[in-house]
Design a binder for this molecule. Structure first.
Ligand SMILES: NC(=O)C1=CN([C@@H]2O[C@H](COP(=O)(O)OP(=O)(O)OC[C@H]3O[C@@H](n4cnc5c(N)ncnc54)[C@H](O)[C@@H]3O)[C@@H](O)[C@H]2O)C=CC1
Ligand SMILES: CC(=O)[C@H](N)C(=O)O
Length: 359
């Protein structure tokens, strides 16, 4: 019984970690409740997932989903800052600067890592303001992660972005395969990541996986991205009711609600290699302009007002796609986003309001 339980637990993990096909076939015939599977996970010697840059907008939410699937202790969050108590209480957390290849390799060995989710990055607006830092983290950090993954035979997920396309790409819709001549430094770093990952896959057999994320909307505070204008709108809507938007009112961009993004990422990580026809997929969901977002927010907050004062971020945004074609992700591995602009806005605003009232 114990060995069957151990094998059944491995079903989700095994796909993330790339365990053998025969065990997978056996496991597919065994069905156990999730609680039982999770309990066994904690006591089994499986390799684990490391998330770099995990204290940003996306790391914690993905860690939560992967921990539900793989077991609490099998997902290690890492970043260069001190983690909050809430993060430290949630599971393993280590300091890790991705510019230090030795420390990265050592962390992977000591923590028994089988898969890296590489979230460390300098986003588009911040990269324009700090070229050297962006090159150090987005290029050198990526090279370190690729090399360590190759040397230790790890699975590697690196997100790309709508920013990897440029003004010469078809913009509505933008397919997976298109001309990619990005004009922002961030976009140049990300197309480099896509191409290097695919090169390592072809040349060294690295299990490299990449999704081109749209702008992510969530309750998170705005950070260094161009699409973070939307996060700022949500926060301003629940605090001072006025917002100055850094983009023109009709700048349409592809976006996604954070829960859809995390579920898609976790699902893609678990896909068996034989179902993947590509290593890099677009995942779209929503597309809207600042004006359309403001109107949606006004349905919940009628007194909310926006003034449009485009700055350097407008020049970045207008070279990006308006809408992504994500039919390959739907056909090859069953990607299905759930949230509409309306349902995502309601969820974000209600949650921000309740936090404001009960911090
Ligand atoms: N949030 C979004 O809308 C989108 C994000 N992405 C990609 O998803 C990934 C995660 O994005 P977010 O969480 O939003 O970014 P974020 O900017 O919120 O977080 C990035 C994290 O990287 C960490 N970091 C910076 N330098 C580091 C270093 N030397 N070593 C280790 N960590 C370091 C930062 O401390 C930060 O916590 C990034 O690769 C980003 O390019 C792609 C498209 C859209
Ligand atoms: C779309 C992205 O990659 C990011 N949110 C940014 O705006 O830089």
């Amino acid at each position: 019984m114990r060995s069957l339980l151990v094998q059944s637990f491995s079903s989700p993990c095994q796909q993330v970690m790339g365990i053998g096909r025969n065990r997978k076939l056996l496991m597919e015939r065994l069905v156990f409740p999730a609680s039982c599977i999770r309990a066994v996970c904690l006591h089994t010697n499986v390799s684990r997932v490391l998330i770099t840059g995990a204290l940003g907008q996306l790391g914690f939410g993905l860690a939560r989903i992967l921990r539900d699937q793989l077991g609490h202790h099998n997902v290690v969050m890492s970043d260069i800052h001190k983690a909050s108590e809430c993060v430290r209480d949630s599971g393993p957390y280590v300091y890790l600067n991705v510019q230090d290849q030795g420390l990265l390799a050592r962390t992977c060995v000591e923590q028994d890592i089988g898969c890296i989710v590489h979230y460390s990055a300098i986003l588009s607006a911040d990269a324009e303001a700090n070229t050297q830092r962006a090159l150090d983290i987005n290029i050198i950090g990526l090279h370190n992660v690729l090399e360590v993954s190759r040397q230790l035979n790890l699975k590697l997920f690196v997100p790309s972005t709508i920013g990897s396309f440029g003004p010469e790409s078809p913009r509505n819709p933008t397919p997976d395969l298109a001309v990619q001549r990005p004009k922002s430094l961030y976009g140049i770093c990300k197309i480099h990541a896509e191409l290097m990952g695919e090169y390592y896959h072809t040349k060294f057999g690295l299990d490299f996986r990449c999704l081109r994320y749209p702008g992510v909307i969530s309750e998170h505070k705005p950070g260094g991205g161009t699409t973070d204008y939307a996060l700022k709108m949500f926060h301003d809507a629940v605090t001072n009711q006025v917002n100055i938007c850094c983009l023109k009112l009709d700048t349409r961009l592809p976006m996604i609600y954070i829960d859809d993004l995390h579920h898609a990422t976790a699902q893609y990580l678990q896909m068996p290699n034989n179902l993947l026809k590509k290593r890099t997929y677009n995942i779209g969901a929503l597309d809207f302009s600042p004006e359309e977002l403001a109107l949606e927010i006004q349905k919940e907050n009628p007194s909310f007002q926006v003034t449009y004062k485009p700055d350097y971020r407008q020049r970045i945004a207008e070279t990006w796609p308006e809408k992504l074609d994500f039919s390959n992700a739907m056909n090859d591995w069953g990607y299905r986003p759930k949230y509409t602009l309306e349902t995502a806005c309601q969820k974000i605003l209600r949650s921000l309001k309740s936090k404001l009232n009960d911090p």
